[in-house]
Design a protein around this ligand. Sequence first.
Ligand code: ZN
Length: 222
Amino acid sequence: MLKDNIISEMLEQKLEDIFNQMFINEEVKEGSSGTPIAPTSAVRSEDRQKLEYLYNYLKNVVPSDAYVSFQQDRITVSLKPTNPYDDKVVYEGVDTNKLTKYIGSILEYMIDEGMNIKPLPEVKIKRDAENAANFFGRTAYYDPNVKEIVLYVEGRHMKDVCRSFVHEMVHHMQNLEGRLGNIQTANTNEDDHLLEIEKEAYLTGNITFRNWEDKIKNGYEK
Ligand SMILES: [Zn+2]
């Protein structure tokens, strides 16, 4: 099964949700290391239920050129922005042009370091307010079936997004080297192979990111 193979960076995720599409939005919540960068508003659970009900309702009734987003204590309906890759919009919090540039620089660094990353994966940037508002939401994932990395950028520091990116690049390498195998769960507590795969991704990913960062900061950037 295609979906079973996805390396997911969260613990309580339903795999069916993986292909849920973007709810592009402005509002901000958490970073992957759990650092809140905006206070989360407390919503009573009954109010939240009502909001969820409304959200599900509105999602189905708005026209296709609009989108609905869930933002903790409210729901907004607005016009869909264009693909971040195509326009020059500087989003609140995430400058996708800069992000793309850093990602390019990291890829170049990895190639220079002789890391086995070719063919390069597809990289997609997603802005998903609902996901960002969920503490256990996704930060990134790699789909080995289509060699694609998806980065959730909403509410995150760009550096944090890039660190996630390098982590996923290690999964890409593991995939190219045929070492991913068939991952049946997203839970590292249930699968020793996944645990080993993740250990490598965290270690190699974070060290690679740090080395790249130090290189750039020390002025070796082209
Ligand atoms: Zn991972």
